[in-house]
Write a protein that binds this ligand. Structure first.
Ligand SMILES: NC(=O)c1ccc[n+]([C@@H]2O[C@H](COP(=O)([O-])OP(=O)(O)OC[C@H]3O[C@@H](n4cnc5c(N)ncnc54)[C@H](O)[C@@H]3O)[C@@H](O)[C@H]2O)c1
Length: 443
């Protein structure tokens, strides 16, 4: 099939590359000319494990192209994916301007004698598919209502394992009632569900809401565990034990039960906010979401009072090493990453920071400039630091050289927002060690 993907960010690039991998001809469009130039020259623009290899292979085979021209991209495409940003607007609702602007352009380009399926992959509020349809019809010069269908096909990939998630999805959700579109979507996704995972067809509204419900549910689950962690610290329980104790109950499940310093990323924060806003617009007060947002804001700074207390409430002139800047491991995405909230708080209190992240340094430098020092390696970050703070659970931080850490740090203190280390081991090593939902180890 011939496909166009409009928006070549995390979702668009993975979507385009993975559909090329199953033999489709794909053209990805972006307004960012630098991005398109890099991609056209075989340079991948995001870090996503496994993506580069299939990106290069499909580009070499001539199945994956990049352009800045929507016109060129959609000319022969039967299927058009919208993988555009839907950032939070000022009131928290999803900003649909990227999507609706492109819909307006599509209205001018679609021909009355053809048929194309326009698929919304962005996360959008209920009713967006109708808005996209109306915007297309409004800008079209003639009646083209029979020349396209708008389908909702929310994306559930996780950054860091996006290729695996896309190639072998737990499920594919498709919102449409058009028989023509159902057939095309079925053909398109058949290679991805050969092991029997379902393609679930439903109406557009249910598909749009499914995506928000999934992300909001996961945010609730993480936040619940973060609150249990708070209780553990106050009651002398160990959150790791509680996690294992409840996770072995099949109704609860083992995943998403790890407490930490709050959820971040480009999806959960904005999607929880947008769902709360959508709810209020239909006079429903979605109370649990409000609590989730409130708790998560506090959780991002969970380590700060512990650090302050250790340094007698005076951080001025103190220097901290931070390991991890991305919002989670295996990605270079720093959007809403908890590390940045901590850095702001530390700088505000007069401290300085050296940070290291295996993949997110370039993106972080763009945001932070010279506000902090960017170290060449995880151990370089420790130079002259008073203590180490762990913000992201990259695998390479899990079994570090503790002797090197001890030699470099001025104080033998680690504040761990991801519970990477065993408490007994830290006690034996003689570190001052504080984590989330577990007893503090005092050196
Ligand atoms: N990132 C994720 O893990 C993830 C997962 C599931 C769903 N989503 C949803 O997918 C959507 C896209 O997210 P993302 O993370 O890929 O965003 P992104 O910011 O990484 O990518 C969006 C891309 O669209 C481009 N763009 C903007 N306006 C354009 C236009 N008019 N024409 C062509 N390109 C244009 C931008 O330059 C950018 O490259 C969002 O709605 C997001 O909520 C994201």
């Amino acid at each position: 099939m011939k496909l166009a993907v409009i928006g070549t960010g995390y979702v668009g690039l993975v979507t385009g590359t993975c559909f090329a991998e199953t033999g489709n001809d794909v053209i990805c469009v972006d307004i960012d000319i630098n991005k398109v130039n890099k991609l056209s020259n075989g340079q991948i623009t995001i870090f996503e494990p496994g993506l580069e290899k299939i990106f290069l292979r499909n580009q070499k085979e001539g199945r994956l192209h990049f352009t800045t021209s929507i016109e060129e991209a959609i000319e022969n495409a039967q299927v058009i994916f919208l993988a555009l940003p839907t950032p939070p607007g000022e009131d928290g609702s999803a900003d649909l301007s990227y999507i609706l602007n492109v819909a307006t352009v599509l209205g001018k380009l679609l021909k009355p004698d053809g048929y194309k399926v326009i698929i919304d992959k962005s996360t959008v509020p209920v009713g967006t598919s109708e808005k996209v349809k109306s915007a297309i019809l409004l800008s079209a010069g003639s009646d083209i209502s029979h020349a396209f269908d708008v389908v909702s096909n929310p994306e559930f990939l996780r950054e860091g394992v996006a290729v695996e998630d896309f190639m072998k999805p737990d499920r594919v959700v498709i919102g449409t009632t058009s028989d023509k579109a159902i057939k095309i979507m079925n053909d398109l996704y058949a290679p991805f569900v050969r092991q029997g995972n379902p393609i679930i067809f439903m109406d557009e509204h249910s598909a749009e809401l499914t995506k928000y419900a999934a992300n909001a549910f996961l945010a609730v689950k993480i936040t619940f565990m973060n609150e249990i962690a708070q209780l553990c610290e106050r009651l002398g329980a160990d959150v790791d034990m509680v996690r294992k104790g409840i996770g072995s109950d099949e109704r609860i499940g083992k995943r998403f039960l790890f407490p930490g310093i709050g959820y971040g990323g480009s999806c959960f924060p904005k999607d929880v906010k947008a769902l709360a806003k959508s709810s209020s617009e239909v006079n429903y007060d979605f109370k649990i979401l409000k609590s989730v947002m409130e708790v998560n804001e506090l959780q991002k700074l969970h380590l700060i009072p512990k650090i302050k207390a250790y340094f007698n409430n005076d951080l001025s002139g103190k220097h901290f090493a931070i390991w991890g800047l991305s919002f989670k491991p295996n990605t270079d995405d720093i959007r809403e990453a908890p590390a940045f909230y901590m850095i702001d708080a530390l700088l505000e209190m007069g401290a300085t920071v050296s940070a290291f992240d295996p993949e997110a340094m370039a993106n972080s430098k763009q945001v932070l400039g010279d506000k902090i020092k960017f170290a060449d390696g995880q151990y370089d970050a420790l130079e002259n630091a008073d203590a180490l703070i762990i913000a992201t659970e990259w695998n390479e931080f899990r079994t570090p050289d503790f002797e090197r850490i001890e030699k470099s740090l001025k104080q033998k203190a680690i504040f761990d927002g991801r519970n990477l280390f065993d408490l007994q081991a830290m006690q034996n090593l003689g570190f001052h060690y504080e984590s989330v939902g577990r007893s503090a180890i005092h050196a």
